[in-house]
Each structure stands twice: as structure tokens, then as C-alpha cells.
Design a protein around this ligand. Structure first.
Ligand code: SME
Length: 149
């Protein structure tokens, strides 16, 4: 759950940036990581059936390459829809990045209708994310898509 005000500040800040591509994606992860409960924030880029970790803020993860269909991240691409997992311990298709992670949200990034990547956020709290977070991250995904390179 993110407040309307905090979401507006994030979106307005990113829209005012003059940077693009990787620099904008890193900036977005930096800004998102300041929000309460946003304990790991990263971008995975989709390349030929595989998700590849790009810009992120948080603890390093061993899951730098994730095949489509695997984990919460790969499921988002396989099912072509965003994912919200309230309790990762109850998910049987979850790739653990950290024992501290309790909940996760994945929002797809689309350019011209094609998925090019995703925003993945992990929280140390259960049920940290709802549709307010999905709406914020969808706006961020659209900004990143518009300035992808
Ligand atoms: N938990 C993800 C893997 C990526 S880490 O959260 C950074 C998954 O199940 O796909």
C-alpha cells in the first residue's frame, strides 16, 4: 500500500528527469527504494526467453538470469500479467533472493505492446503490496518504456 501523495511525488519526479535509459531506470529504483516496505527494487530485462537483472537497489541476488516461467518474475512473463504475492512462503513457484523477503510485486514493462522487462519489488513484510502499488509501478513502467534507450 502506497499513499496517493507518495505515488504522485515519485511519478512527478521521474517525469521531470532529463535522463533516459539505464540512468533513468537506476534513478527510478533509487526513488522507489525510499518508499516504506520497498526493500529490494530491481529491473529485469527480457532477452530471448530469459530475464536478465539490470538496475537494482538492495542486497545482491544470485537470480541474475531467470527463464520465462520460473519464479514470480518468470511467471509474470509466461502469463503476460502482473503478479502480487502476499506471502512468498506459500508460493510454490518462488525463487528466494533473501530469507528476509515476505512479499513481492512484479509489474511488466511494455513498449509498443511487447514486454521488454519488468519492475520487481520485494518487501520484508507480508502483504506489503496491493493495487495502489501496482498502479504506481505501472506508471513508472510506462515512463521507463517511453525512455527505454
Ligand atoms: N523472487 C523472484 C526472484 C527475483 S528476486 O526477488 C530479486 C522470483 O520468484 O522470480
Amino acid at each position: 500500500m502506497v499513499s496517493k501523495r507518495a505515488a504522485e511525488v515519485v511519478v512527478a519526479g521521474l517525469k521531470s528527469e532529463q535522463i533516459t535509459g539505464a540512468a533513468l531506470r537506476q534513478k527510478a529504483m533509487n526513488v522507489l527504494s525510499e518508499l516504506p516496505g520497498y526493500d529490494w527494487c530491481g529491473i529485469y530485462v527480457l532477452n530471448e526467453g530469459e530475464l536478465s537483472l539490470a538496475e537494482f537497489v538492495g542486497a545482491p541476488t544470485e537470480h541474475t538470469l531467470i527463464p520465462v516461467g520460473r519464479g514470480v518474475c518468470g511467471t509474470a512473463v509466461a502469463e503476460d500479467r502482473n503478479q502480487i504475492v502476499g506471502d512468498v512462503t506459500k508460493s510454490d513457484n518462488y525463487l528466494a533472493c533473501s530469507i528476509d523477503t515476505k512479499s513481492e510485486i512484479v509489474v511488466l514493462i511494455r513498449r509498443n505492446g511487447n514486454v521488454v522487462g519488468q519492475i520487481d519489488i520485494d518487501s520484508h513484510s507480508t502483504n506489503a503490496f496491493d493495487n495502489t502499488d501496482e498502479q504506481l509501478l505501472q506508471q513508472v513502467a510506462d515512463i521507463l518504456a517511453a525512455h527505454w534507450e
